[in-house]
Design a protein around this ligand. Structure first.
Ligand code: ADP
Ligand code: ZN
Ligand code: ZN
Length: 743
């Protein structure tokens, strides 16, 4: 990448006029603001320094930025001085470039992107310390040594710093004895940061002996890491083929060099206890984990350690991309096809795509790993942009499971039940053989719809255009869009009929009811985000399954990712058509990927697995691809279709979402945008039309969609277009480059 250019920029902007400097703040402003450099800081204020500056009467953390400030250049006399430099390592050039890049690509302000890098306020407030005491070499003369004091000195004679309560309790005295010794100069006080350093990975450990095809893939990655420089790989291997073992070798190679850091991005729900245990077995330490659930103290410790370079391995969800790495040497994106890598709030970015950009700017290799690579990644591989590494076999004797469709038209379940007779028989046999069963249904709760038999009323969320989902375990109705909850009413809210409300359709809780009824002796458990709400709860259930304490697991997509259950041999997909209904551009691709993942849980060890797909349309190409195992042909057909219609990645899409509390006002802005729409060859704009989710949290929503040929520079086009319309206050305009959701 243009290193030389970066340094030129730095020199041009760090020195000019000596006293003026631009600082980017984590706020949605048009760009950095100008400040002056006070004399005492002038030798240390270079681009990247994290600083505190005044802004409208408050103090704000920001980063000294290369590049000119936004807007009109104010005279020096009007500028405020930088307050102080925060005691954290400065941002590296590649991170600043990354912020600029993400901002330009997603059309978010630089400040909004920077905010994701500075997401840990506690990291800037200094680290609390705890006072410890150690023995001094020479105890000053004339100190009275009581038996209590002697006991303390004896405890501390080993030279290890201890806090007063610890030393005191070991010596069997009160804390004040320790402190009085220190006051007398017989002990030295030592303030130790509460953030302990992370243990370093043990590079002397070795991975398992790799198979031939694993070795080829691992060698290619190792070589790229050793050489350094940007190099993207697609690691395309069937489920259970050892992709994790292969990219672990890349990590190991990268960590051999002193001070390097590596990042593994995983979908949040794939960050499993099993993955962490494997990591620890391979590297002798736990990795540093980064996701939305970790607590403030741990966040501060991790953020600072990443910035200082002390944190060598970070495994995290998409937001880990914005950590201030000091020396990033290798990135892996596991399950790269996973839809959760797209962030749908705030800055709308795709973490897989941005990981490739991060690697490009950090000049390091990046591995995208998947059993079902996304179409976008496959096209990049076809075009030679990514080097493809293939793993075609499962490790050891394990083979891919046998796949069978159950035609629900020919073999329907009894009314009011959801398991076909064929699947029920298979479950019976499986249980009889002492093996485990997984039933997959990607629907939380008991039933997706509650309907009145008398008047036809459907119970909806008061603030969203969505039905309320019955959660029978918790005895309430819940909106899956805004979280609204209410008790299940006794009578119909419209016609007041009693006992007239019926649950329609199945969710996992309803399936649980059926399974318990049919197999009362089986040990059955439901695993969804409602039943397991923390990593430790998840780990507990996973241990129960792996340890053979459960016979049947019923789960949503949270059971599909990354688990390895040796005794699990039957997977039943309760509704294989679910993801295909009302589908968008990627419905087929996504359903295929998801079902391959689910199927991949069966037969991962010695015992062969079997997968039954219940479908009302088994001739659908997705179901056929799963049955024949010919995913390549399916994806090829998808590619052809997308290419024909210039759909991504053969063309570009940009979603524009308008929302606000007043429907007429939202629509008015939409019409103004339509009127101002650019007329350009290769560009089509449709809408405004009411969004499929026409209301969320009381906000009315309209959508517009820009469709452009591949050569069109959509960012500039959209920026000019959207900025040309003055938004009415109360109406939000959200631009979604490369949309994944069309709701
Ligand atoms: P994937 O990530 O492709 O689904 P994994 O890396 O999870 O596959 O491997 C599946 C299982 O096989 C894991 O339990 C893993 O430890 C084991 N495994 C893979 N390769 C080897 C190997 N070369 N030697 C020993 N065990 C292996
Ligand atoms: Zn009614
Ligand atoms: Zn709602």
């Amino acid at each position: 990448m243009a290193q030389a250019q970066l340094f030129e920029e730095k020199e041009m902007t760090a020195e000019p006029e000596g006293r003026r400097i631009s600082v980017l703040l984590p706020l949605p402003l048009a760009g950095p603001l100008d400040y002056t450099v006070p004399d005492d800081l002038k030798d240390r204020l270079y681009p990247g320094a994290v600083v505190e500056v005044p802004l409208s009467g408050r103090k704000t953390i920001g980063v000294v930025w290369a590049g000119k400030a936004a807007g009109k250049k104010l005279p020096l006399a009007k500028l405020k001085p930088v307050e102080r430099i925060i005691d954290v390592p400065p941002f590296r050039e590649d991170l600043m470039r990354f912020v600029d890049w993400v901002s330009a690509y997603t059309l978010s302000s630089q400040g909004a992107v920077l905010r994701m890098c500075l997401s840990v306020p506690a990291a800037f407030q200094g680290v609390p310390v705890k006072r410890h005491y150690v023995a001094v070499a020479d105890v000053p003369e004339g100190i009275r040594i009581t038996p209590a004091r002697a006991a303390v000195l004896k405890v501390l004679a080993d030279g290890k710093p201890r806090m007063a309560p610890e030393a005191a309790s070991l010596a069997g005295v009160s804390d004040s004895v320790v402190r009085s010794l220190a006051d007398a100069g017989a002990l030295a006080a030592l303030d130790i940061s509460v953030d302990l350093p992370y243990p370093q990975p043990d590079m002397s450990l070795e991975g398992p002996k790799l198979s031939d095809e694993q070795t080829v893939a691992a060698e290619a990655i190792r070589e790229a890491v050793w050489e350094g420089g940007f190099k993207p790989f697609l690691l395309d291997g069937i489920t259970g083929s050892g992709k994790t073992e292969v990219y672990f070798e890349g990590l190991a190679e990268a960590l051999r060099e002193k001070g390097t850091q590596v990042l593994v991005l995983v979908p949040e729900i794939a960050l499993t206890s099993q993955w962490l245990e494997r990591f620890e077995a391979r590297f002798g330490v736990e990795p540093i984990v980064w996701h939305s659930e970790i607590g403030q103290a741990e966040r501060r410790r991790a953020w600072r350690a990443v910035a200082s370079g002390d944190a060598r391995v970070v495994v995290g969800a998409r937001s880990a991309l914005f950590l201030p790495f000091r020396n990033l040497a290798f990135i892996t994106v596991d399950e790269e096809h996973d839809p959760s890598f797209k962030q749908e709030e705030g800055v709308l970015y795709h973490a897989r795509d941005m990981a490739v950009v991060r690697a490009m700017l950090a000049e390091c290799p990046v591995v995208l790993a998947s059993a079902t690579p996304s179409l976008e990644t496959q096209v990049n591989a076809d075009e030679g942009k990514y080097t493809v590494l293939k793993l075609r076999e499962r490790h050891g004797v394990a083979v891919l499971p046998e796949m069978r469709a159950v035609d629900m038209r020919a073999e329907p379940p009894e009314s009011g039940t959801w398991l076909s007779p064929v699947l029920v028989r298979e479950i019976e046999e499986n249980l009889g053989a002492g093996e485990q069963v997984m039933l997959f249904l990607n629907r939380r709760g008991y039933a997706p719809l509650t309907l009145c038999r008398t008047c036809g009323h459907r119970i909806e969320c008061p603030s969203c255009s969505a039905w309320l989902v019955e959660h029978r375990f918790r005895q309430e109705l819940q909106c899956h869009h805004c979280g609204h909850m209410e008790p299940i009413p006794e009578a119909c809210p419209t016609c007041d009929s009693k006992e007239s409300l019926v649950a329609c359709g199945p969710g996992v809780e309803r399936l649980f009811e059926e399974v318990n009824h049919r197999f009362p002796n089986a040990r059955t458990s439901v695993m969804t985000s409602d039943t397991v709400q923390s990593p430790s709860e998840t780990a507990k259930v996973v241990k129960e399954i792996a340890g053979g304490h459960l016979d049947i697991v019923i789960g949503t997509q949270i059971v599909t990712k990354g688990y390895h259950f040796p005794n699990l041999t039957l997977v039943g997909v309760v509704d294989a058509d679910l993801g295909l209904r009302g589908g968008d551009l990627r419905a087929g691709e996504r359903t295929y990927q998801q079902l391959v993942q689910v199927a991949g849980r069966a037969g991962r060890a010695e015992k062969p697995g079997k997968v039954l797909l219940q479908s009302y349309e088994p001739e659908h190409p997705v179901v056929q691809a799963l049955l024949t195992g010919d995913g390549d042909a399916f994806m090829a057909a998808e590619k052809t279709a997308r290419a024909q219609y210039h759909m991504p990645p053969f063309g570009k899409l940009v979603g524009v979402i308008l929302s606000g509390p007043d429907m007429a006002e939202v629509l008015e802005v939409g019409r103004a945008l339509a009127k101002a729409a650019p007329v350009e060859h290769g560009v089509d704009i449709v809408g405004p039309a009411p969004a499929p989710m026409a209301r969320i949290r009381g906000q009315h929503r309209f959508r517009m969609l820009l469709h452009a040929k591949k050569h069109v520079k959509v960012q500039k086009l959209v920026r000019d277009w959207v900025l040309s319309v003055k938004p009415k206050s109360g109406v939000r305009i959200k631009v979604d480059i490369d949309p994944y959701s069309f709701m």
